[in-house]
Design a protein around this ligand. Structure first.
Ligand code: PLP
Length: 459
């Protein structure tokens, strides 16, 4: 494919799903009913749904076929063993604990190792990760490198952990740190990758202070592709080998199979520590189900196993990363401020830079996300002060960045859908100065407020 510049989808369409074009009046009515919260829209009022890449991708013919192999035995299903083998092929941890999605793995792990007085560092905690840490009374700290907080700073591995900051934290409080987390790729920081070199250095610090290292590995295959294409010495290595290198540096992982499991549901928690696994399995049985199915049906386990075989294909990853960059390059060329370099699964619009007339506590990200929906039925997701601005002590402060994430579901939209999105964003950017800020309707939700909050326009 080298001489060709056109990205082609390495698949053809086998089943189609209609999407509905709405009028501006219909969208205005829908967004009013939804309280200007895009999570509250009916999805069939959305034309191009870039709210999340989580569980929204298209499954392959072979995944649908695998679903027919699903064995629904309560205990010891063959589908469990198929799943276990596929997970351990890439992540050879001793214990694999299936869960219905990533946050269930987080909830179980942090219930066991969290608690008041504990502190859990990460490059950037995802919202559910932070919420699950804080729900136990522990503190969640983000220690990404400074470039990772600057939307326009160019760095090949902007998801890297700030090693000096981690060393300082461990020097001061190692006894309070039950685990160091690293999120690959760093979703809340712009879908940015973490290098093997950085993971090795984090591992060395963890060894020095006797603290385990876990990966939040939702987008591990995309991270491995960035390592292959950006990290010196990695270009000739296979994706599974790079993934196994990441695994070898960690003591465990949490995973949402709704991302790089290429499935619509599922996840797991994995680790080498026998005692920790025991404690986690006991909680699993209380909340998710028997340890050979977790919160999943046998058919889901099969779909994930096949997804894991497909997600490490280089043709898929080349298309995936190139097609995300295609959206970013077009918007950058049009002068729209964006997080750069482009993330693996999403393009992040820098709402704070695009709407400098709106202070962060008027939620520029939310205002921009609402405007994109109104303009063309495109649904993105605010990742900014609405999502991260409210703190456990009740105070509200601007988040590090105010972004709108346009997350690309896997293998779902074609290049013409993306061309349409580019047009919509450009039209909104052209009249950015007219956008008004928003106010949260009180009382606001007590946690994860972005999912259910309602907003009113400011005068
Ligand atoms: C980095 C990261 N961690 C954890 C999760 C939680 O996974 P789930 O949505 O399956 O609960 C997500 C989901 O978006 C994520 O992006």
């Amino acid at each position: 494919m080298e001489p060709f510049r056109t990205i082609i989808e390495p698949f053809r369409i086998h089943a189609v799903e209609p999407i509905r074009i709405t009028s501006r009046e219909e969208r205005a009515a829908a967004i009013e009913v939804a309280g200007r919260n895009l999570f509250a829209l009916h999805a069939d009022d959305v034309l191009i749904d870039l709210l999340t890449d989580s569980g929204t991708g298209a499954m392959s013919r072979d995944q649908w076929a695998a679903i027919q192999h699903g064995d629904e035995s309560y205990a010891g299903s063959p589908s469990w063993y198929t799943f276990l083998e596929a997970v351990q092929e890439l992540w050879p941890f001793r214990h694999v604990i299936p869960t219905h999605q990533g946050r269930a793995a987080e909830k179980i792990l942090f219930s066991v190792i969290g608690g008041a007085g504990k502190v859990i560092p990460n490059n950037t905690h995802f919202d559910t990760t932070r919420a699950n840490v804080e729900a136990t009374g522990a503190e969640a700290i983000d220690l990404v490198i400074p470039e990772g907080r600057d939307p326009s700073a160019i760095h090949p591995f902007k998801g890297n952990v700030d090693l000096e900051a981690l060393e300082a934290l461990l020097t001061a409080r190692a006894a309070d740190v039950p685990v160091v987390f690293v999120t690959i790729t760093n979703n809340s920081g712009g879908g940015q990758p973490v290098s093997l070199e950085n993971l090795r250095a984090v591992r060395a610090l963890c060894d020095r202070f006797g603290v385990p290292l876990f990966l939040d590995a939702c987008r591990f295959a995309e991270n491995a592709w960035f390592i292959k294409t950006r990290e010196p010495g990695q270009e000739d290595r296979s994706i599974p080998d790079i993934v196994r290198d990441m695994a070898a540096l960690a003591d465990g992982m949490t995973m949402s199979a709704k991302k790089d499991g290429l499935a619509n549901i599922g996840g797991w928690l994995a680790m080498n520590d026998d005692a920790l696994a025991d404690a986690c399995r006991n909680l699993l049985i209380l909340t998710e189900g028997f340890p050979t199915y977790g919160g999943l049906a046998g058919r889901d386990l099969e779909a994930i196993a096949q997804g894991l075989r497909e997600v490490v294909h280089e043709d898929y990853l080349r298309y995936r990363i190139r097609s995300t960059a295609y959206l970013g390059e077009a918007l950058h060329a049009a002068g729209v401020p964006l997080v750069r370099p482009f993330g693996g699964h999403a393009i992040y619009l820098d709402a704070r830079a695009l709407l400098p007339h709106l202070p962060p506590l008027q939620y520029p990200g939310q205002a921009l996300a609402v405007a994109l929906y109104m303009e063309g039925g495109v649904r993105g997701c605010e990742i900014g002060t609405v999502m991260f601005g409210r703190h456990p002590d009740g105070t509200e402060a601007p988040a590090a960045m105010d972004l709108v994430r346009l997350a690309i579901p896997r293998r779902t939209y074609t290049q013409s859908h993306i061309d349409y999105v580019i047009e919509v964003v450009r039209r909104v950017a052209d009249r950015a100065a007219e956008l008004r800020g928003l106010r949260l309707v009180q009382p606001e939700p007590r946690s994860l407020r972005h999912f259910t909050a309602r907003f009113e326009p400011l005068a």
